[in-house]
Design a binder for this molecule. Sequence first.
Ligand SMILES: Cc1cc2nc3c(=O)[nH]c(=O)nc-3n(C[C@H](O)[C@H](O)[C@H](O)COP(=O)(O)O)c2cc1C
Length: 187
Amino acid sequence: MNELVDYLRSRRSSLAMTLVEPAPSEAEIQILIEIASRVPDHKKLQPWRFVEYGNEARVELVKKFQQLSDEEAGSSPLEKRQVELERFLSAPLVIGVISKTIENSAVPDYEQVLSAGAATMLMLVACNAMGYEAQWLTGWFTRSRKATELLGLNKGEQIAGMVHIGSNHIAKTDRTRPEISDIFSKF
Ligand SMILES: Cc1cc2nc3c(=O)[nH]c(=O)nc-3n(C[C@H](O)[C@H](O)[C@H](O)COP(=O)(O)O)c2cc1C
């Protein structure tokens, strides 16, 4: 076993609300995107793209999200919606991974969405590899049609994840993990 295996066996996210500066530099963000785009991608469709939501942009977006009607915001209770908006503002860096389904492709939509999920996961791991902490979040505004329009999504696109990135020095405890015997079998 080596260090990479040890890391993968104990990997954990950090809570977005605990993330502070430093965050990845411009040059490091380029490397994060480069790594995240090295995912398995059936027929090389690149069914994903990445958007950095800057601090000021997020403040403006949240103001607009707060003006959306209950119907446009979906079914979550107002209090929960507010917590999710505060969380969107909390980390020093947020990169949205956008799943972009290519129509009329021989590759089923769900395989394309899986590739976007894999890109999000790889970004989380890359953040840790570069010494940063991260959390993969979504929230009502990543699913509301009006809100996703404000986030710049086009037709056929959806948010795979908002990767909240920064630093902290908080010791991480593990959460409950499945028993291998419950999730693995031989056929
Ligand atoms: C697609 C997706 C969306 C998620 N959205 C949220 C969310 O909105 N709120 C939340 O608290 N956790 C959400 N999570 C879970 C967090 O990423 C959580 O930090 C993680 O499961 C903690 O586990 P880990 O330490 O093993 O990474 C989401 C996970 C995935 C895969």
